[in-house]
Ligand binder design. Structure first.
Ligand SMILES: [Zn+2]
Length: 258
């Protein structure tokens, strides 16, 4: 039972979410290219115009400039305001469901990481170690002061890594080619470190089903062969978000059948 949350908390979550989303755009764009996340400031990729603070207000600047550079009018991807809005909405949702405390902080950190990994995997088909490995540590650290507790978190990290490593090894033994990257292994270990072992199972089931459903839809639409390389990390991110938000009622509902 969640108490009615303070509207101020939700407003803070919205504003912080917009700013974090703005930073995540920088992470998604620059980290895979090996560029610094802090300097130089944001520039127009076409004309090099250095964005002023008023060009950098999340969502609003993009909307006010109708998605174009102030100087050369080249169009700026809608991905920027979308990442900001999605991050902000997820922050508000998590703040609504979670009482203020260490658990809320750990969940907001996980949301930010998942948004970044989703975007990077979608665009570059990689899940950088510089995000997943520190993520495992941060998740385990928070588990010592917040749910799911350190035993559950440690078990989650080991289970997450073990299951996907086993699948990757089996696939390699059968096909002599890599079907799943080690990035997926580390990402699910990180999800386990934050959310515990039960959430690892929920994440796996949800991401496999949604991955298979979208894969079959693409094959049916003749958009690719059987061996379509869909980045599994994007589905892991969606599955983990669902596991975090509705995992407990889902497990209770499923357990009700036995
Ligand atoms: Zn420009």
């Amino acid at each position: 039972m969640t108490a009615v949350p303070d509207i101020v908390v939700l407003l803070y979550a919205l504003l912080i979410g917009l700013c974090v989303g703005s930073f995540l755009n920088v992470v998604i764009y620059r980290l895979p290219l090996g560029q610094s996340l802090v300097s130089p400031g944001s520039r127009c990729p076409k004309c090099g115009y250095a964005l002023r603070w008023y060009d950098n207000v999340p969502v609003l600047s993009w909307a006010f400039l109708a998605g174009r550079c102030r100087q050369c009018r080249t169009s700026i991807s809608a991905q920027y305001p979308i990442v900001e809005l999605v991050t902000a909405l997820l922050f508000v949702l998590v703040a609504w469901l979670t009482p203020v405390g260490p658990l809320l902080v750990s969940r907001l950190i996980l949301v930010a990481i998942l948004v970044a990994l989703f975007g990077i995997d979608l665009e570059h088909q990689i899940l950088p170690n510089s995000i997943t490995l520190p993520g495992i540590l941060v998740g385990l650290m928070f588990s010592t002061i917040a749910p799911p507790g350190w035993k559950d978190a440690l078990l989650g990290a080991l289970l997450g890594a073990g299951v996907l490593y086993g699948i990757a090894a089996a696939y390699y033994a059968l096909r002599r080619e890599e079907g799943m990257g080690m990035g997926d292994v580390k990402m699910l270990a990180m999800i386990g470190a934050f959310l515990g072992w039960k959430a690892v199972l929920v994440t796996l089931v949800l991401s496999s089903f949604s991955g298979a459903a979208i894969g079959m839809a693409l094959i049916a639409a003749q958009r690719g062969g059987m061996k379509l390389a869909l980045p599994f990390g994007t589905f892991l991110a969606l599955g983990a978000l669902a596991a975090m938000l509705v995992g407990d009622p889902l497990i209770a509902w499923y357990a009700g059948f036995f």
